[in-house]
Design a protein around this ligand. Sequence first.
Ligand SMILES: Cc1cc2nc3c(=O)[nH]c(=O)nc-3n(C[C@H](O)[C@H](O)[C@H](O)COP(=O)(O)OP(=O)(O)OC[C@H]3O[C@@H](n4cnc5c(N)ncnc54)[C@H](O)[C@@H]3O)c2cc1C
Length: 299
Amino acid sequence: MHELIIIGAGPAGLSAAIYAQRFKINTLIISEDTGGTANTAHKVDNYPGLSGLSGFELLMKFKEHAEMLGAKIIIDSVKKIEKINDSFRITTKDKEYESKSIIIATGTKRKKLNVKGEEEFFGKGVSYCAVCDGFFFKGKDVCIIGNDTHAVQAGIVLSPLAKKVYMINDKKEYNSEPVFIETLNKMNNIEIIKNMNVKEIFGENKVKGIQLSDDNKIECEGVFIEIGSVPGKALISDLNIDCDEQGHIKVNEKMETNIKGVFAAGDITTGSMRWYQIVTAASEGALCVKSAFSYIKEK
Ligand SMILES: Cc1cc2nc3c(=O)[nH]c(=O)nc-3n(C[C@H](O)[C@H](O)[C@H](O)COP(=O)(O)OP(=O)(O)OC[C@H]3O[C@@H](n4cnc5c(N)ncnc54)[C@H](O)[C@@H]3O)c2cc1C
């Protein structure tokens, strides 16, 4: 029986892991990977004190810090969380764990565009991660679909690699930080197509292009779908945790959920004014541990 199990080892989970070690809570971290979504950030220039690192480099520093303090991270996928009397049973692919309290820090999953060809050509030209897959499109024409920071950052990453980058935005403007938009506007192989939707991704064995809502076609070899993320609901369905309409776990200022002993941090919550950043995720992870410590002590 652990005192605390942290599910997820992105910024929120790893920050919680660091604080849990300092609070001397008997803790286990279970996660599908270390680093989480932040690993896909090309360059993180807004984490205080550590500018200029890639997301992966920054999160490896989080991991090293947690492990240096003694944190134990198990790489596994949690399939189920159940409340058994006053504790929790956490089931992974092939093991069961028990804990007095839990922190859910499982982040979000990439949103699907839901157009014809998206599923068929996934991995054959369709990608949800410019940082991870951009290299495969060196010297080729690519399209980026989206209207916020995800799309703008993908443009910044892909422009130096690709021959030409078409950016399809269903709005008039990008909803992103001005500093990113300024950088994007300086790139000379980008064509932005505004107020436009995508009807279809077409090809033969691999992507050959997209068809727009005005029926025009753009030929390209890569299609990057950068339309944001949604929280995964399956994992928490047995717990009856209160969520908002998008599936973000409702938390109070102590990062408590409606279930006693269950805390949540990071992109999966409604906390921090829904400002989904590494620094806010890390802050929520720290707050969770403070609350979990009080909860464990009380019990
Ligand atoms: C392209 C891109 C660029 C970005 N750039 C920046 C930036 O420059 N600055 C900034 O501050 N933020 C940036 N962000 C946002 C930032 O990455 C997120 O806000 C942050 O990663 C959220 O942290 P998290 O710990 O809540 O979730 P995640 O980082 O998503 O971590 C979730 C963790 O949970 C694990 N997990 C999920 N499901 C399970 C399961 N069932 N069982 C076990 N483990 C599970 C995952 O493996 C992962 O380790 C960027 C995001 C993207 C996509």
